[in-house]
Design a protein around this ligand. Structure first.
Ligand SMILES: CC(C)(COP(=O)([O-])OP(=O)([O-])OC[C@H]1O[C@@H](n2cnc3c(N)ncnc32)[C@H](O)[C@@H]1OP(=O)([O-])[O-])[C@@H](O)C(=O)NCCC(=O)NCCSC(=O)C[C@@](C)(O)CC(=O)[O-]
Length: 299
């Protein structure tokens, strides 16, 4: 399998990253983060979520964030939508791309979106129809692809039918999420081998959390499997409110450094990205989760 020559990074820091913060974050700080990421050359930014504020309070101001950001032509500014209500709110906020999210584990599906996997897939159907009517593109997520906080190990054979269903209902890309960051490079290779039998590799993405320090190895393993889209989070922000102990996504700065070392271009300016991550880390009063950013600021 040839390694891809170009990679697209999906920046999920403003959404996956900030959704898990305990402290309130001002809309202005969220807007500044998205604008900084735009200025760093990021081509895809997940800005927020149109979910119930009772479930994820931190995403409550997403419409205001969309109203405040500078949108550069050619950059995708996306949001999560768990149901038709969320989709309609997203469209009203001017969102042109949404993501629906399912899980490979029943227990996580219940805890995260309060329904079974099969009910969630049915709930997405009206979103797909409405999206088609509004010219909105839909990306799909499958959570817990390598492990579940409630059920333990998850087999690739559990992931494949969920990814297939999302692809068949019209998601142009399906991102496979190692929500709790327990997966290894071997697990990752097997996952993509199995799932690519039902969804083409060009329409699959990898979404790795770094809880066990394996995320960068898993990105490399995915590259060896021909995967060329990765979700990452500036400064390694994040976690998941329904996956206790899960740390942030792999830091965008660290993936970028890996890719640059492989001669793979992304269009992102590493120094500006580091500055964006440092600024939001300071606002949140947290240690920057990017090893590359920490090393650069120490030097
Ligand atoms: C899906 C629901 C809404 C079901 O929640 P529910 O309680 O079953 O829904 P409901 O239809 O019974 O509605 C309950 C209340 O929520 C309201 N409501 C209903 N829908 C919306 C909406 N769209 N926006 C705003 N409000 C909404 C609705 O109006 C009602 O309000 P009330 O009458 O009680 O005042 C809920 O479970 C939910 O919002 N879950 C979101 C969970 C979430 O955002 N998780 C994090 C994202 S997933 C993730 O991080 C993983 C990922 C993608 O990064 C990949 C990985 O790492 O694995």
């Amino acid at each position: 399998m040839a390694m891809p020559t170009t990679v697209r990074l999906v920046e999920v820091g403003p959404r996956d990253g900030l959704q898990n913060e305990a402290q309130p974050i001002d809309v202005a700080d969220k807007v500044r983060l998205v604008d900084d990421l735009t200025d760093a050359g990021v081509s895809y930014i997940e800005v927020g979520s149109f979910v119930s504020p009772k479930w994820v309070p931190q995403m409550a101001g997403s419409a205001q964030v969309f109203a405040g950001i500078r949108q550069r032509p050619g950059v995708t500014y996306a949001a999560l939508a768990p149901n038709l209500r969320g989709f309609e709110d997203a469209v009203a906020a001017g969102v042109k791309e949404v993501a629906v999210f399912a899980a490979a584990s029943e227990a996580f599906s219940q805890r995260n979106i309060n329904c079974s996997i099969s009910d969630s897939l049915q709930r997405f159907e009206p979103i797909m129809n409405a999206a088609l009517a509004h010219g909105v593109r839909v990306r799909g997520y499958v959570s817990c692809v390598l492990g579940c906080p409630y059920e333990g190990k998850v087999r690739a054979e559990q992931v494949a039918p969920v990814a297939k269903a999302l692809h068949e209902m019209g998601c142009y890309e399906v991102s496979l999420g190692d929500t709790i960051g327990t997966g290894t490079a071997g697990d990752t290779r097997r996952l993509f081998e199995v799932v690519s039998a039902v969804v083409p590799r060009a329409q699959l993405a990898g979404h790795f959390h770094d809880t066990y320090g394996q995320a960068l190895a898993n990105v490399y393993a995915s590259l060896l499997e021909g995967i060329s889209v990765f979700d990452s989070s500036v400064a390694g922000l994040g976690g998941c409110p329904y996956a206790k102990g899960a740390t942030g996504n792999i830091a965008t700065e660290d993936v970028l450094y890996l890719l640059q070392g492989l001669g793979i271009e992304t269009g992102i300016d590493l120094e500006r990205l580091i500055a964006a991550g440092q600024r939001i880390s300071t606002v949140l009063g947290r240690t920057n989760g990017s090893r590359v950013a920490r090393a650069r600021s120490a030097g």
